[in-house]
Design a protein around this ligand. Structure first.
Ligand code: DSN
Length: 432
């Protein structure tokens, strides 16, 4: 029996977890920011490390009994440094938004001007949305994509020259093309701004050599650990240089970045690190350094390209006309649907995607024109080009019959059959 202690202690919660497991087994998750973690990562995440307080950093804690916790955090930091090729890594941010918040706290003063890619053109909440801390405490201006959906580097350069920001944020949650980090750095540094590269979506592709790295270009790099990197929820902040020991209050200059970052994470923003999460991050970073992970990252991109080509062949509209990474944005409006309706129809067919704005979307964000589709999770399950072509066919049929519940239920049966041949968690393959 899975989770026997939970079965005894809290059958209600176990039952809901079992339903979620069944949902994952029966369907195909194509949300590009989701993935499937390994049993080793899950073991570390569910370990007794959750019980320990360890405010501070290795060797300088505010609690006793941290001799093993120190070694775990050192291991995670060393693995992060080596994997990304930087000299400093902070592994304590609870997730991506707190990691970005720590960078703002470290490098900017409240009211400073910051430029980030608009959420509605593929950016992130923390890149300057008005209702987010980034738009509330900082003077945020957004750069956008061109009408075709490519980052408007010229527009960014103009905005930067006009407003002389303190920091430029690059990175995205819904952008299917490669970032030109050299160009972004040259724009930022031409106006003496810091460049923050948020590589949360593409970190796994970067370590798998499927996307250029921002190292050597960006002043600071943040990434979540649970997307293409395939670890637990969590985040890293990466940079070059070394923090002072002990951490001193220092000026917000480029050479002080490691010290500024460490002070911003703790005590600036967070209390005790989540040690079970740190251990699971260490495990995931070890996995990401293997040749198998490179093969995985390559297949993620091949699968996305294959899916995109098949969807275009069936007459669908893909923003920018293609993909160079793990995701694509589809404009579904020409079939008489909104993104929300497409999400629901595909959900009924057993395929999970999310509605998403497309660049220059005439519709509202809560029911936009597009859907966002990605291949990281299905690739972790072992699916390759033949399965992806079959999925494109299922998606096409579901979208063409989006009001026909009988047809959608038929597709769902076939999707479930395919899905059962590629279990997301083979080690948990027991009856529920
Ligand atoms: N919410 C994440 C995504 O889906 O891309 C970004 O944090």
């Amino acid at each position: 029996m899975l989770y026997p202690h939970l079965a005894a202690g809290d059958p209600e919660v176990r039952n809901l977890i079992m339903h979620e497991l069944q949902r994952r087994r029966d369907g195909i998750d194509m949300i590009p920011s989701e993935n499937v973690t390994s049993p080793a990562v899950l073991d570390a995440l569910g370990s007794i490390l959750t019980d320990k307080y360890s405010e501070g950093y290795p060797g300088r804690r505010y609690y006793g009994g941290n001799e093993y916790i120190d070694q775990i955090e050192e291991l995670a930091r060393a693995r992060a440094r080596s994997l990304f090729g930087v000299t400093h890594a902070n592994v304590q941010p609870y997730s991506g938004s707190p990691a970005n918040q720590a960078v703002y706290l470290a490098l900017c003063n409240p009211g400073d001007t910051v430029l980030g890619l608009s959420l509605f053109h593929g950016g992130h909440l923390t890149h300057g949305l008005g209702v987010n801390f980034s738009g509330i405490y900082y003077k945020h201006l957004n750069y956008t994509t061109t009408p075709e959906g490519f980052i408007d580097y010229d527009g960014l350069q103009q905005l930067a020259e006009e407003h002389r920001p303190r920091m430029i944020v690059c990175g995205a949650t819904a952008y299917s093309r490669k970032f030109d980090f050299a160009r972004l750095a040259s724009i930022a540094h031409s106006v003496d701004a810091f460049l923050l590269a948020d590589i949360s979506h593409i970190a796994g592709l970067i370590v798998g050599d499927e996307h250029p790295s921002p190292v050597g270009h960006a002043d600071v790099i943040t990434t979540t650990t649970h997307k293409t990197l395939r670890g637990p929820r969590g985040a890293l902040i990466l940079c070059n240089g070394n923090p002072s020991t002990p951490l001193k209050a220092v000026e917000k200059t480029r050479e002080n970045i490691p010290t500024l970052i460490d002070r911003a994470v703790f005590p600036g923003l967070q209390g005790g690190p989540h040690n079970h999460q740190t251990a699971a991050i260490a495990v995931a970073l070890k996995e990401a350094a293997t040749p198998e992970f490179k093969t995985y990252a390559h297949q993620v991109v091949v699968n996305a390209r294959t899916l995109c080509a098949a969807l275009i062949e069936q007459g669908h509209t893909i923003v920018t006309g293609g993909t160079e990474n793990h995701l694509m944005l589809m404009d579904v409006t020409k079939h008489g649907l909104s993104g929300g309706e497409a999400e629901v129809a595909l959900g009924k067919a057993g395929i999970t995607v999310n509605k998403n704005t497309i660049p220059h979307d005439p519709r509202k964000p809560f029911d936009p024109s597009g859907i966002r589709i990605g291949t990281p999770a299905l690739t972790s399950r072992g699916m390759k080009e033949p399965e992806v072509r079959a999925i494109a066919e299922f998606m096409h049929t579901a979208l063409m019959h989006h009001t026909d519940d009988t047809k959608l239920a038929d597709i769902r049966r076939t999707v479930t059959e395919l899905s059962h041949a590629f279990p997301p968690y083979p080690e948990l393959n027991q009856p529920i």
